[in-house]
Design a binder for this molecule. Sequence first.
Ligand SMILES: [Zn+2]
Length: 173
Amino acid sequence: MVACSDYRWRTALDTFCRVGLGMATWDALLVPGGVYLVSYPASLPRNYRVGSRMLEFLLEQHRPRRLVLVAHEGCARYRAGLRLPPGHSLAARQQQDVGKVARWAAERYPGLAVEGYYAAGDPASGGTFTPVTALMPAAAAEVTAAPEPRVAPAPAIPEPADQTSLPPAEPPS
Ligand SMILES: [Zn+2]
């Protein structure tokens, strides 16, 4: 599972995986923003490098059959990292990122079942987990039977700035 480290969602996430998805045990990659870490290879290359290595390590060491990606409503990492123009929805962007990472994983690991969910509502009462459909990879059977589905290009939205960049050099005095 890849999800946000937000403490408010920890119990709801565990319950969702155990009861909602019927999982007994799982590796968890819990980092601020969850899939945010591996969603921006161009604008946040160091995040991407670290995140993709962690994810690849877990997928290659334990070879799970399924990968569950969860984004959540009101995610502080997304709010801080993306300043969307008016009319753009952060929830939609998060779900696009879930789909993007799902495709990334499905392409690298054939046979891996990848699922994405968007968690909303009150985490204290379990929240509501809705399957993400945007950009999600097709099921394995459909891939062999039909050509790649056409995916509408995502609207152009500014990517997050790499906040770990060094400040500009001081002019000589
Ligand atoms: Zn979060």
